[in-house]
Design a binder for this molecule. Sequence first.
Ligand SMILES: [Zn+2]
Ligand SMILES: [Zn+2]
Length: 75
Amino acid sequence: MQMSAANRISVRKGTELPPIQKCTECCSRYHCPLCNSKIFKPTDRYRVIIHLKAHLARSVKYKGDAIASSGENGN
Ligand SMILES: [Zn+2]
Ligand SMILES: [Zn+2]
């Protein structure tokens, strides 16, 4: 499975989500690549995607506010 170099997909800034990789260091969940894990706690992949889309909608401005309703705010 080989892609033509001419058709190489370039990441368009502002429209593509950063790659989300499962954490193998501190947990086995997914981190927001833009946020400190203390700000956005590792969670399920789809939640990170929702969260990242919110980042893009805000031009990647983040100040630790809870963007996606996480359901982990109880207590
Ligand atoms: Zn982790
Ligand atoms: Zn984030």
